[in-house]
Design a protein. Sequence first.
Length: 209
Amino acid sequence: MNNVTLIDHPLIQHKLGILRDKETGSKDFRELVEEIALLMCYEVTRSMPLEEIDIETPICKTKAKSLAGKKVGIVPILRAGLGMVPGMLKLIPAAKVGHIGLYRDPKTLKPVEYYCKLPSDIEDRDIIVTDPMLATGGSSSDAITLLKKKGAKNIKLMCLVAAPVGLEYVTKHHPDVEIFTAAIDEKLNEDGYIVPGLGDAGDRLFGTK
């Protein structure tokens, strides 16, 4: 899958190992998710275009690099995707943040939409969708479909842990979307959770289980 990037930086992998540990509490879990998202953001934004501008240093006039092109929009899939936003905003503080609410039906494992609030200029922004766990791929794929219907044209998906089936599903339905992940795990279990994974990211983030 040419559109999938595995970010295997040692710092990310170290923090991800702590994140997976079932003994890691909600406070540390939230901080680690934020830190990993910040580090991953470097790679996700690597292709941002630059332009030369004229500036004056304390010494002389010179040319400098400045970001060019479209503005950025960050769209977390509620609720677990929220944990990745603070780290990304530290690097891209001018980004607008939209929200998409999807939940997984416990019987069918299919995503159900319950909320959508996006920047009004969504079509003019480079969109980064955040979802810590790419399991079946259904929620992420549906979120991307919704964004496209709203006018988004340039979309990237950023997750912490992905299952092969989820990667294949999103790639099949959205071959134009780049996917960035810190880990590609073995499989899904009978309950639809990633193995070995890290459990339910939303529950661990917010201490609800």
